[in-house]
Design a protein around this ligand. Structure first.
Ligand code: ADP
Ligand code: MG
Length: 725
C-alpha cells in the first residue's frame, strides 16, 4: 500500500510539471462559440421562425408547433456544423445534478443515411421518469415524464452533443425538477416587484433576478482519490485524522496558485468561455487544496444553468489532468468546507438595480421599500430559507465555526443599520406629528445612502454587500435553484404585502410618500430581530438568536418539517410556485435522499473499518506482540524496562480495535433498526440521530488507530497527502 501511495505521489509530482492547457488566443475570439444565441439563430431560420423564438425567449410566448420544425432544422444545421452527432434534453431532476439521454441525429430512409431532428424532438422528450426521484407523485409503473425545451436558456454543443436546456414534469404536469418552480418563482417575483416599483415609476413592466454564483471546490490527485473508497462513493472522507498542518498558518487563502492547479483552471476556463460562461475570478480558498471561481453575474435562470454546466465541465477537464474535483461541502474534517455563495439582486426591465441605494430621497425610498420587504421576508421565513440549504452534506459544514451558522440573520453594514435604527426610532415621534408632514421630513432626512462596500461580515449567512444580497449558506454541491426559488418566493410574498399595505393607507387618505414610509417603518420594526451585525460564529450569538426567536437548523430531517407548515404550503400555493402536492413530494424526496446518502456513508464506513482499518491494525498489533515476546525472551522478567512503550501502544491498539469492531456492529444494528421504520421522514430522523451518532464513535476510534499504526502499513492516503500538491 505504501508503494501504491508512493506511486500516486510520483504521479502527482509528474503532473505538477506538465502543462495541459492549449493556448487558444484571446478569449474574445472564441467566447460563446459553442452556444446558439439569438444573434446566430438569425442565420439559420426564416424571419418568421426567428420572431417566434425571440418571443419565446424574451417574453415566454408559447412556441407555435408549426414553427418548431423549422427551428429544429436550423438548430440541427448549426449543431452539425459544430461537429455534433447527437442531441439531448438536459434537465435538472431533484438530485442536485443534471440528467441527459443522448439520441443520435443519424437516421436511415430507403437505405440512405441522413441526419434527422424535427420539431417534436426539440420541444419534448419522454425520458423514462421512473428512475428519478418523484416523491410519490407518480407510480413507478406510469413511467412517463416529459422534458420540454425551456427557450429562455440557449441550446449549446458540448462533447459532440446538442444540449437542449429543458424542464422536467410528470405526465400530469407536476414539477419533477428544480427548474419549473424556479421559473415560476421568477414570474411571481416579477409581478410582485413591479407592483412596488410602480409606486415610484410606472414605466417598469418587468423585474428580473440577477445571480452571481461563486463556486468553491477542492482538488485531489486522482490516484489518491481512487485509493479512498469514501471519497469515491460519498464525496467526503468518513474517516481520517487531521493533518498536523492544515490551514492554521492561513497561508493558502489568496496564495500563489500551484502550477498544476492553474493549468487545470486555464483549461476549464477556456471550455467555459466557449459555452459563454463569463468566469471572472479564480483564487485559492482558505483550506489547503481548496479553490474558488466566480462568473460575472447574469440573469438568474442562465446563471443557474451555467453553474450546472460549469460543474460538469470542471469534472471533465479534471480527468485530463488526473485530478478530481470535490464539490462536497465538507470533504475533510477540521478544515473549511465549501459553499456556493449566491449574489442575488433585482433589476428592472430598464436595467435599474432595485437594491442599489439611490442619490435622491425618492430613489432611496424605493430602495428602502425593497430592502424592508427582503428583511421582512427573510425574518418571517428564516427557518424555511435556512432549510432550503439543508442537505446531509451541507449539514457537516454549516454551524461548524468556519461557515455561516445554521441560523438565519441579515447583515446590513453599519451605514444602513444606522439608517434603519433612525427609521425605527421615528415611530415614537410619529404620534405627535401629522403623519404626512412627518413622512416628508423623514424622506428628506434619509441620508444619502452609501453603504460601505468593504464593510464585510464573513460570518453572516445573508449579507448585504452594497447593491445585492449574498446568500452564503448555500452548499457547494447544491443546485442553487432549490434555494433561489425559496428566496424569490418569500420576497414575492412580502412585496405583495408591501403594496397592499401602501394601497390601504392611501385609500385612507395618506399621501404616497407617507404611506410608503409608514410601511417601510412597520416592516423594519417587525423584522428587527433578523438583523445582526456581530460575529455569527460566536456562542453568544447562538444564545441571542434563540432568545430572539430565530430557529436554527440543528437537525436536517427535523427541519424538513417546515414543508408541512401551513405558512409554507400556502405561500407557494398562492404564488403559483408549487402546489401542495408538489411541496409534499419534495418533502419526501428530501428525506429519502438524506436517508440514502447517510446509508451509503454508514456502509462505506463499515466496509473501510472491516477491510482496511482493522486488518492493518491487527497486522501491526501482531508485530508489536512478536516484538514484546522477543524482548521478553532476551531480557526475561526484566523485559518491561525495555519495551514499556510498545506494551502501552499495544494496549491502546487492542482497545481501539475492539472499539472499532463493536461500534461498527452497533452501526449495522442502528441502520437495521432505522430501515424497519416505514415512514420515510421518521426513518430519516432516526438516521440523523442514532446512525450518525454511532458513525461519530466509529470515526473517533478509527482515527486514533491511524495515529498509532506504522505509516507504512496504513492502507489509505492520509489527509496530509490528500490536501497538499
Ligand atoms: P466576493 O468573494 O468578494 O464576494 P467575488 O468577486 O468572488 O466576490 O464574487 C462576487 C459575485 O457577485 C460575482 O459573481 C459578481 O458578478 C456578483 N455580483 C456583482 N454584482 C452583482 C449584482 N448586482 N447582482 C448579482 N450578483 C452580483
Ligand atoms: Mg468570492
Amino acid at each position: 500500500m505504501a508503494i501504491f501511495r508512493q506511486r500516486a505521489l510520483n504521479e502527482a509530482a509528474m503532473h505538477k510539471t506538465s502543462r495541459f492547457y492549449e493556448e487558444k488566443g484571446p478569449v474574445s475570439k472564441y467566447f460563446g462559440t459553442n452556444v446558439l444565441d439569438l444573434e446566430k439563430m438569425r442565420n439559420y431560420m426564416s424571419q418568421q421562425a426567428y420572431d417566434a423564438v425571440q418571443a419565446a425567449v424574451r417574453y415566454g410566448a408559447k412556441l407555435d408547433r408549426s414553427m418548431s420544425d423549422e427551428i429544429a432544422a436550423g438548430m440541427k444545421e448549426w449543431a452539425i456544423e459544430m461537429g455534433a452527432t447527437h442531441y439531448t434534453h438536459l434537465f435538472q431532476p431533484l438530485t442536485d445534478s443534471t440528467a441527459e439521454k443522448h439520441e443520435a441525429f443519424i437516421s436511415v430512409r430507403d437505405g440512405n443515411a441522413f441526419e434527422k431532428f424535427n420539431g417534436s424532438a426539440l420541444v419534448q422528450q419522454e425520458p423514462d421518469a421512473s428512475s428519478f426521484p418523484t416523491g410519490g407523485l407518480r407510480n413507478t409503473f406510469e413511467a412517463r415524464g416529459y422534458s420540454a425545451w425551456d427557450p429562455s436558456s440557449p441550446v449549446f454543443v458540448m462533447d459532440g452533443t446538442l444540449c437542449i436546456p429543458s424542464v422536467f414534469v410528470s405526465y400530469t404536469g407536476e414539477a419533477l425538477d428544480t427548474k419549473v418552480p424556479d421559473l415560476k418563482s421568477m414570474h411571481a417575483l416579477s409581478e410582485a416587484a413591479v407592483k412596488v416599483v410602480n409606486l415610484f415609476d410606472d414605466s417598469v413592466a418587468a423585474v428580473g433576478v440577477n445571480l452571481g454564483i461563486e463556486q468553491e471546490y477542492f482538488l485531489v490527485d486522482e490516484a489518491l482519490y481512487n485509493a479512498r473508497p469514501d471519497l469515491m462513493l460519498c464525496g467526503r472522507t468518513v474517516i481520517g485524522h487531521t493533518s498536523a498542518k492544515d490551514q492554521q498558518l492561513e497561508d493558502h487563502y489568496f496564495g500563489a496558485i500551484p502550477s498544476r492547479v492553474s493549468s487545470f483552471m486555464k483549461d476549464f476556463e477556456s471550455e467555459a468561455y466557449k459555452l459563454g460562461i463569463l468566469l471572472q475570478t479564480r483564487h485559492n480558498e482558505v483550506a489547503p487544496n481548496q479553490f474558488e471561481c466566480a462568473p460575472l453575474y447574469c440573469e438568474a435562470t442562465k446563471a443557474i444553468d451555467q453553474n450546472m454546466m460549469l460543474m460538469i465541465i470542471m469534472q471533465k477537464v479534471a480527468e485530463k489532468h488526473h485530478l478530481k474535483v470535490i464539490f462536497h461541502e465538507k470533504p475533510f474534517d477540521g478544515v473549511n468546507g465549501s459553499g456556493k455563495h449566491c449574489n442575488w439582486s433585482l433589476v428592472t426591465d430598464s436595467g435599474v438595480n432595485l437594491l442599489s441605494p439611490g442619490k435622491t430621497p425618492t430613489k432611496n425610498l424605493q430602495f428602502l421599500s425593497f430592502y424592508a420587504s427582503v428583511l421582512r421576508a427573510v425574518h418571517r421565513h428564516h427557518f424555511l430559507l435556512m432549510t432550503s440549504v439543508a442537505t446531509l452534506s451541507n449539514s457537516y459544514r454549516l454551524g461548524g465555526g468556519e461557515a455561516p451558522p445554521a441560523v438565519m440573520s441579515v447583515f446590513s453594514g453599519s451605514t444602513l443599520y444606522e439608517v434603519f435604527r433612525s427609521i425605527m426610532n421615528m415611530a415614537d415621534v410619529k404620534e405627535n406629528v401629522s403623519s404626512s408632514l412627518e413622512s416628508i421630513r423623514i424622506v428628506n432626512s434619509i441620508p444619502e445612502i452609501f453603504p460601505d462596500n468593504t464593510d464585510r461580515n464573513r460570518t453572516s449567512p445573508f449579507a448585504f454587500t452594497g447593491n445585492r444580497f449574498e446568500f452564503r449558506a448555500v452548499g457547494s454541491s447544491q443546485n442553487v435553484a432549490s434555494s433561489v426559488y425559496v428566496l424569490n418566493s418569500v420576497v414575492a410574498e412580502s412585496l405583495n404585502e408591501f403594496r397592499a399595505e401602501v394601497d390601504k393607507l392611501e385609500a385612507m387618505g395618506e399621501d404616497r410618500a407617507s404611506a410608503v414610509m409608514s410601511v417601510v417603518r412597520k416592516f423594519i420594526t417587525e423584522s428587527k430581530d433578523i438583523m445582526f451585525e456581530g460575529n455569527g460564529y460566536s456562542k453568544e450569538w447562538e444564545a441571542e438568536a434563540e432568545a430572539r426567536g430565530l430557529k436554527a437548523v440543528k437537525n436536517v430531517p427535523e427541519a424538513y418539517e417546515v414543508y408541512h407548515d401551513a405558512r409554507t404550503i400556502e405561500m407557494f400555493d398562492v404564488l403559483g410556485v408549487l402546489a401542495p402536492n408538489e411541496v409534499e413530494a419534495r418533502f419526501e424526496i428530501l428525506n429519502e435522499t438524506y436517508v440514502k446518502k447517510l446509508q451509503i456513508e454508514a456502509r462505506v464506513m463499515g466496509d473501510m473499518c472491516l477491510n482496511h482499518v482493522i486488518p492493518a491494525a491487527v497486522k501491526y498489533q501482531n508485530i508489536l506482540i512478536e516484538n514484546v515476546k522477543g524482548v521478553k525472551d532476551i531480557f526475561g522478567e526484566d523485559f518491561m524496562t525495555y519495551c514499556s512503550s510498545e506494551v502501552a501502544a499495544l494496549k491502546k491498539i487492542s482497545m481501539y480495535i475492539n472499539d472499532v469492531s463493536s461500534y461498527v456492529e452497533a452501526l449495522v444494528e442502528a441502520r437495521k433498526k432505522a430501515n424497519r421504520i416505514e415512514d420515510i421522514s421518521e426513518r430519516a430522523k432516526v438516521y440523523s440521530h442514532e446512525v450518525k451518532d454511532m458513525m461519530d464513535k466509529v470515526r473517533e476510534s478509527a482515527d486514533q488507530l491511524e495515529m498509532l499504526i506504522d505509516d507504512e502499513m496504513w492502507p489509505l492516503p492520509k489527509y496530509r497527502e490528500l490536501l497538499f500538491f
